[in-house]
Design a protein. Structure first.
Length: 360
């Protein structure tokens, strides 16, 4: 039987196609002989992907009865945002090819399929129905929560730190799709930065404008500099809405931007977007040391971690850009929450003179 994370027969394009026959095909992979009795559509949210929540009645004891499904967007504008960078298809590939190699907590995938010209289908357990607490875009973490997450990031980064697989079977993480995404980001950086700063208002102080525009003009060179150093798998989108907890144990959602990169970039993104400035200032040094200690404990060579704080400062420039661009594009995240994250990132950039650090 074809594995459920590869089976093109599970591809659908519209929520109406998520019927009992389709669900039965998914279940057959996990519990042969079990039967789906009913599928109920609980909720559909449009966006850059169509997100669907299903409730099922079936007799497989070890398979969740509430599923979260991602399908292609239903409007051309939303599809256009993700078409060239292939963001949903990257997440499908993450669950099919990379997730089985990682021990980092993430939702269980029941099916993940993609095909050129036919889109993608990703079926995950519904975390909330399984008792997890899912973050929201504007959530502010406590120092204890941030501590658990920097350790989780260290485990993620250490698992394939400088691993030969990154240049072999996992080379797609830095392949043509990622290079195209980076080129698009650099080509559009200046107009999107200008638009985003104009829309951000007081969330982005005028004192940062010159540095932000200089960063945008030099983005290609900046990205090249930020990517130097030991290679590992990075999440690249660690904002509060992409986090969850089972009890006190954290996990990561939304792997659309997963890539090969510098691990400290994930830490900078997490602390800049998830901590209120006063908490970050009080806890930053301790959290960076906790990340470093976790990497050392996982076997990462101490020499690879020299200059960690300096590289952290430079990487703070990217979460600021990401949030400003999110606001500039619109429709990707709640605007009030986006402005909150811009204000947090702006404070981190100002505290560390991050644009100067990134520009060298």
């Amino acid at each position: 039987m074809t594995p459920p994370l590869l089976d093109p027969a599970l591809l659908v394009r519209r929520p109406a196609q998520l019927d009992r026959a389709w669900a039965q095909r998914v279940l057959d992979h996990h519990a042969p002989g079990a039967r789906v009795r009913e599928v109920r559509l609980r909720r559909v949210d449009p966006g850059t992907t169509t997100r669907v929540w299903l409730e099922l009645e079936h007799d497989a004891p070890d398979v969740a009865r509430r599923w979260f499904v991602k399908l292609p967007a239903q409007t051309w504008r939303a599809r256009a945002i993700t078409a060239l960078p292939q963001l949903p298809q990257t997440e499908v590939r993450f669950y099919a090819e990379l997730a089985p190699r990682l021990r980092v907590p993430r939702p269980r995938a029941l099916a993940a399929a993609r095909r050129l010209g036919r889109g993608f289908t990703l079926v995950l357990e519904d975390l909330v129905a399984e008792g997890a607490r899912v973050g929201t875009a504007g959530l502010a973490l406590t120092a204890a929560e941030a501590g658990g997450l920097v350790e989780l990031l260290a485990w993620l980064h250490a698992e394939l730190w400088e691993a030969p697989a990154l240049e072999a079977e996992l080379s797609w993480l830095a392949g043509p799709v990622r290079r195209l995404e980076d080129r698009l980001g650099s080509a559009l950086a200046l107009p999107l930065m200008r638009r985003g700063l104009a829309r951000a208002g007081g969330a982005a102080p005028d004192s940062l404008r010159a540095g932000a525009l200089a960063y945008a003009r030099a983005r290609r060179e900046v990205m090249r500099g930020l990517s130097t150093g030991p290679a590992c798998v990075v999440h690249h989108d660690c904002h509060p809405g992409n986090l969850y907890w089972r009890g006190e144990a954290p996990g990561l959602l939304d792997w659309q931007l997963v890539r090969i990169g510098a691990g400290v970039g994930d830490v900078a993104y997490l602390l800049a977007t998830c901590l209120e400035p006063e908490v970050r200032r009080a806890e930053e040094e301790a959290l960076l040391e906790r990340y470093r200690a976790a990497l050392l404990g996982a076997g990462v060579p101490a020499a690879d971690l020299s200059g960690l704080r300096e590289r952290y400062a430079a990487h703070l420039s990217y979460p600021f850009e990401a949030m400003v661009v999110t606001l500039a594009i619109g429709g990707l995240m709640d605007e009030a929450a986006t402005r909150t994250l811009i204000a947090r990132c702006a404070a981190a950039v100002a505290d560390h003179d991050a644009f100067a650090a990134a520009l060298g």
